[in-house]
Design a protein around this ligand. Structure first.
Ligand code: GLP
Length: 257
């Protein structure tokens, strides 16, 4: 019997009285907590689990769906069901203007991005407003899935006036490094954070269940001259981020736009 099959072999004898799918769910949870199944491990197919545990596939599916909902397992289209990666929450200060690359490097995490889009477009009305562009101006769009230590954390969709960044293909791993190289790194930003439930497409990219909690973050950042250089809309996984703000007894000033 394989190690994985051993996990499921005694489901029927365990937790007498409880519905079978709950007993299977508990066997899987126990295997994860004692390390018999590790983050990233693939689960056997529904059919194999059903055979090892001598229960129906419907019951297996129900237990798995329950564990996916609770973030213990993740499902990837076409490749199966896996033990969810262990998520350490990232704490990010709300008072320092930093880039994703800098934030993750400070924590010793490896960063990589998957490009979702990069190109030069005519601006949308929203981009024209945010970036202060005329209808004739062009905008560079840079959309990335941001990944730290192999865990997708955020989807970031940045718009930069093509005047500041004419060639989005020239960006390496960091947008802010590319802006700095062109002498237009932002020095100030206003960030707006709101709660969201992740839609199907974003949830799939972030490897969470559709409807999971997320954070919408909109950042407008400025050059020393006061010109807007960046308008970015991001969606962060709600289970991965804590935003921390230091509060001081204030003088009643609002946020300068
Ligand atoms: C953060 C901000 C984004 C910004 C990005 C730049 O994640 N939320 O508004 O565009 O950093 O990161 P990097 O320089 O790593 O591309």
């Amino acid at each position: 019997m394989t190690d994985a099959a051993a996990i499921f072999a005694h489901v029927k004898q365990s937790g007498a009285g409880a519905p079978l799918y709950l007993r299977l769910r508990k066997s899987i949870e126990d295997a994860v907590s004692r390390g018999a199944l590790l983050p990233g491990d693939a689960l056997p197919s529904e059919r194999d689990i059903a055979a090892s545990a001598d229960i129906s596939r419907v019951t297996v599916r129900k237990a798995i769906q329950d564990l996916v909902q609770h973030g213990v397992l993740v499902q990837r289209h076409g490749s199966g069901t896996f033990v969810a990666p262990r998520m350490e929450r990232v704490e990010q200060s709300l008072s320092r203007l930093t880039s994703f690359t800098e934030d993750m490097a400070r924590r010793g995490l490896d960063v990589r991005s998957v490009w979702l889009d990069r190109g030069v477009y005519a601006p949308s009305p929203e981009e024209m407003m945010a970036l202060g562009l005329s209808a004739e101006a062009m905008v560079s769009r840079v959309s990335r899935l941001r990944i730290a230590n192999d865990t997708p954390l955020a989807i970031e969709r940045a718009s930069i006036s093509a005047g500041f960044l004419p060639d989005p293909n020239a960006i390496g791993s960091s947008l802010y490094a590319a802006l700095e190289a062109r002498g237009c790194k932002p020095v100030r930003a206003v960030q707006r954070i709101s709660a969201t439930n992740l839609g199907e497409a974003d949830a799939e990219l972030l490897e969470v269940t559709p409807g999971s909690a997320g954070l919408n973050i909109e950042r407008i950042s400025y050059l020393p001259s006061g010109k807007v250089v960046e308008f970015t809309r991001s969606v962060y996984r709600g289970d991965a981020y804590d935003f921390v703000a230091e509060l001081r007894l204030g003088t009643g000033e609002g946020i300068a736009p």
